[in-house]
Design a binder for this molecule. Structure first.
Ligand SMILES: NC(=O)c1ccc[n+]([C@@H]2O[C@H](COP(=O)([O-])OP(=O)(O)OC[C@H]3O[C@@H](n4cnc5c(N)ncnc54)[C@H](O)[C@@H]3O)[C@@H](O)[C@H]2O)c1
Ligand SMILES: O=C(O)C(=O)C[C@@H](O)[C@H](O)[C@H](O)COP(=O)(O)O
Ligand SMILES: [Zn+2]
Length: 363
């Protein structure tokens, strides 16, 4: 595993400020520099599971002269609610947080999505820094500026594009991550492999058991390659006017499953089932070759991600998918593959083809 720090630059086009994603170990020394020396207050937003880390960060920042507060939020999707955002706004208000102050979001993707959203909305936007602590947050959620919360009607329905000022991926954080959460993050790594960088798939297939652990010899490479895929896409299309939609591969069904499970499934697990569905859809629509479609099953299964979901839930899933963010009016739109690393949009597929694709996924 590489001990060097890798720096991946994002953005800097179309009027957005560029920033860097740092990948390595013992990166927290970089935090104060990113915050900047004219800043008075810092709020560290962290989940319950990372109480010690959040408090240690707060104390360290206080020791460096910042007025630092820690805001503890619930774990996982419980944090992505309007109520929790309001709780954070209250904490910021009570600490006199101004436009020049900075939010640090430390945690998994749910925490960084919330922290970024709070930063986007407080005083119409303050700077924020992401310190992702899961594979999924490092390779995807903390990178690219999509922030948001869920509502009763669906996933990520309220949010803003608000890129961070920097992202610190300290690989040491992954050592405490439960294996279930580690593996869930691999779904987005595999997504990056199918949509843009097949070397990722080769590396996982070489040794799937090693891919399931932070101690694996390819951990840093898998994470860095996935970040580079995301970096390239979001640098070209921050606000999803076109290209960025490819990052939604597997998410149309995945988000519907998450909602159907009342957010008790991990995002990555739902996206894994969603990618299996998208592969079958691509195959049945005559776009995707059999070998690449089959490869979805083998690679997802090899790392322990799910491929199937309840067959009887199809009508409910279909209703939810109709209001996916990629839909336009009554037109359902899916990201499918024309081949390996050739993502494209499939618009308005025949309902019979959709059902047949779900026939491969449903059990
Ligand atoms: N904004 C984006 O572009 C984007 C991209 C992908 C996913 N997401 C969002 O990310 C979320 C999923 O993120 P996730 O998979 O990281 O899950 P998560 O944030 O729900 O974290 C999973 C669990 O692990 C805990 N945890 C986090 N880091 C830990 C650590 N180092 N050690 C021990 N426990 C730790 C969390 O508190 C939580 O209980 C979803 O809400 C998804 O919608 C957003
Ligand atoms: O960054 C993006 O764009 C993505 O689509 C990445 C996804 O992995 C991520 O789950 C994202 O939050 C989904 O966005 P949404 O706009 O479909 O809610
Ligand atoms: Zn995702």
């Amino acid at each position: 595993m590489s001990e060097a720090v890798t720096r991946i630059r994002i953005g800097g086009t179309a009027g957005t400020d560029p920033y860097e994603v740092l990948v390595g170990r013992q990166l927290l020394g970089e935090l104060a520099g990113l915050i900047g020396d004219r800043v008075k207050r810092v709020a560290v937003i962290h989940p319950e599971a990372l109480t010690e880390t959040g408090e240690a960060l707060r104390a360290d920042l206080a020791g460096q002269g910042f007025e630092a507060i820690a805001i503890q939020v619930p774990n996982a999707e419980e944090a992505k609610t309007a109520e929790v955002a309001a709780y954070c706004w209250k904490a910021l208000g009570q600490s006199g947080f101004t436009r020049t102050d900075v939010i640090v979001g430390v945690g998994g993707g749910a925490t960084t999505d919330l922290a970024g959203f709070v930063a986007a909305t407080w005083l119409r936007g303050v700077r924020w820094i992401a310190v992702p602590t899961t594979v999924l947050a490092m390779v995807d959620a903390a990178v690219g500026g999509k922030t948001g919360i869920n509502t009763a009607e669906g996933k990520n329905l309220v949010g803003a594009f608000h890129p961070p000022a920097g992202v610190l991926c300290d690989l040491a954080a992954l050592d405490s991550l439960p294996v279930h959460d580690y593996v869930s993050g691999l779904a987005e790594v595999i997504k990056a492999g199918f949509i843009a960088d097949p070397v990722i798939l080769d590396l996982i297939e070489e040794d799937p058991a090693a891919a399931r652990t932070p101690a694996g010899p390819r951990t840093a490479e898998l994470i860095e390659r996935s970040i580079r895929v995301k970096a390239e896409v979001v640098s070209a299309d921050l606000k999803e006017s076109g290209l960025r939609e490819i990052l939604n591969y597997g998410h149309t069904l995945g988000h519907a499953i998450e909602k159907n499970e009342r957010y008790q499934w991990r995002h990555g697990a739902a996206v894994a089932v969603g990618m299996h569905f998208a592969a079958e859809l691509g195959r049945l629509a005559g776009r995707l070759d059999d070998a690449t479609a089959d490869r979805h099953r083998t690679v997802l299964e090899a790392v322990g991600l799910p491929l199937h979901y309840r067959y009887d839930q199809w009508p409910r899933l279909l209703e939810t998918m109709k209001v996916d963010k990629k839909s336009r009016g009554d037109l359902l739109r899916f990201i499918v593959l024309d081949g390996l690393a050739r993502p494209t949009v499939l618009e308005g597929p025949d309902p019979a083809v959709l059902l047949a694709a779900y026939g491969e996924v449903g059990q």
